[in-house]
Design a protein around this ligand. Structure first.
Ligand code: FES
Ligand code: FE2
Length: 447
């Protein structure tokens, strides 16, 4: 049964008006930790970060610290970083390689398969009465999509395959193009004084680019040897916004099959080398994805519900007014080193902590967040009415598709998805679109 209505009614889909309190209210924030971050499949890392047996990488699910590890048998696991004795954190470093995790408080020691292996005084202090089997590390459900690791705390959550649904049909063109897959570098980490949702809803906001990033796109246009992006170009663009199961995607059409799929890091000097790479890998990509996805489609800016932003980047909530960003560079393993270097530098220079796009953006998100702190400002709703009535199901593409590239359809639907999670008693109340696309080619969820 899917619940209709509920306690949280923040977005009006007919008028596009959004209640600003969702950005600042501490009670709403606390409830999000349970109902959104406690239920959703969350991106937490990449299998290349824990490539060898016994590798671990420290990450987060919402505010909860999590140990992503590859156990001695090679299986990926995600554990709550919490000692089952009094709750101390058992891992204090960002990454490493170890067969077990010893708590620094009293010495309880857990294997990287989650078992409580050893504790001082098991016989002497506990008289042999401790049930070690009941004191395993708390473990999340884990699955991977093309090497990207996801986890959820909810045992009743659907499969990752169903959670991504037909969003994968388009995600594949970036993340699942080649047999050898991708590797993750990073992350660069920093704090921004913004509510996490302002960064997520920005992922489908192409309207802001010619204004917010004017100086940046003038510089970038010069480096790339192309004219700068204008509003007029965007209004006439064939590109679309797709909204599938909470995930907001921008779909662009390539002019040529060998066009570089990235923007940041491409220059007039290296464009030829990128095009040669895409020509060389086209047959393989076509075998994996079919002709349309391999030759014509490009994944633009996008978010994965709830807090995946622009590729393998995470917006970890840190209170209603603060977000910790984790920025990884995700690169195809087969790419020549000089092209990897160009993309790595490009992604950090534009969207890293000192990224020139990122700096423009975070100032806007701070302004949007802070306006909601004012009891005067909060009387006035945020306006997300652009393109109301101009989005619909499409015969060829998945999800709800906007007519125009410049639209607030995905923002409205993101807040509707948030309402669905916040108003649900369990996953039974959260609607999921069945997969309906035909996946040409050999690529699967696992790569
Ligand atoms: S809290 Fe970890 S051993 Fe006591
Ligand atoms: Fe931006």
């Amino acid at each position: 049964m899917v619940a209709i209505g509920g306690k949280h009614q923040i977005i009006n889909l007919e008028t596009g008006q959004l209640d600003r309190s969702v950005f600042v209210d501490p009670d709403i924030y606390a409830e999000e930790q349970e109902k959104v971050f406690g239920r959703a499949w969350l991106m937490i890392g990449h299998d290349s970060l824990v490539a060898k047996p016994n590798d671990f990488f420290h990450t987060y699910m919402g505010e909860d610290p999590v140990i992503l590890c590859r156990d001695g048998r090679g299986n990926l696991r995600a554990f709550l970083n919490m000692c089952r004795h009094r709750g101390n954190r058992i891992v204090r470093t960002d990454a490493g390689n170890t067969r077990n995790f010893a708590c620094a408080y009293h010495g309880w020691t857990f294997s990287n398969q989650g078992e409580l292996e050893y504790l001082p005084g098991e016989e002497e202090a506990y008289y042999g009465a401790l049930d070690r089997d009941c004191l395993r590390l708390v473990e999340a459900r884990l699955d991977t999509y093309a090497g990207i690791v996801f986890a959820t705390w909810d045992k009743d959550a659907p499969s990752l395959d169903d959670y991504l649904g037909d969003a994968r049909w388009l995600l594949d063109v970036s993340f699942n193009r080649l047999d050898n897959g991708t590797e993750a570098l990073g992350p660069i980490k920093w704090l921004e004084p913004v509510n996490w949702k302002t960064a997520v809803d920005n992922c489908s906001d192409n309207y802001h680019v010619p204004t917010t990033h004017l100086s940046t796109i003038i510089v970038q246009g010069r480096h790339r040897g192309i004219p700068r992006l204008t509003h007029e170009q965007q209004f006439q663009s064939e590109s679309k916004h797709l909204f599938v199961n909470g995930h907001s995607l921008t779909m662009r059409f390539l002019e040529r099959a060998d066009q570089a799929r990235q923007t940041h890091g491409i220059t007039a000097d290296n464009r030829e080398a990128f095009e040669a790479y895409y020509r060389q890998t086209l047959a393989e990509a076509e075998r994996r994805l079919g002709s349309l996805r391999a030759r014509r489609l490009q994944l633009g800016n996008h978010s994965l519900f709830p807090n995946g932003v622009l590729g393998l980047r995470l917006a970890h909530p840190r209170g209603p007014l603060q977000t910790e960003f984790w920025h990884f560079a995700l690169l195809e393993k087969d790419m020549p080193e000089e092209l990897k270097t160009a993309l790595r530098r490009g992604s950090a220079n534009y969207n890293g902590v000192n990224g020139i796009f990122e700096q423009d953006d975070m100032d806007n998100w701070r302004g949007v967040t802070n306006s909601a702190l004012s009891p005067i400002g909060r009387k006035y709703t945020q306006d997300l009415s652009m393109g109301v009535g101009h989005d619909r199901r499409h015969p060829e593409y998945p999800g709800v598709v906007s007519e125009r590239y410049t639209s607030e359809s995905n923002q409205r639907l993101f807040y509707r998805r948030w309402e669905q999670f916040m108003n649900a008693d369990s996953w039974d109340d959260i609607p999921l679109e069945p997969k309906a696309m035909r996946y040409e080619g050999t690529a699967t969820l696992r790569g």
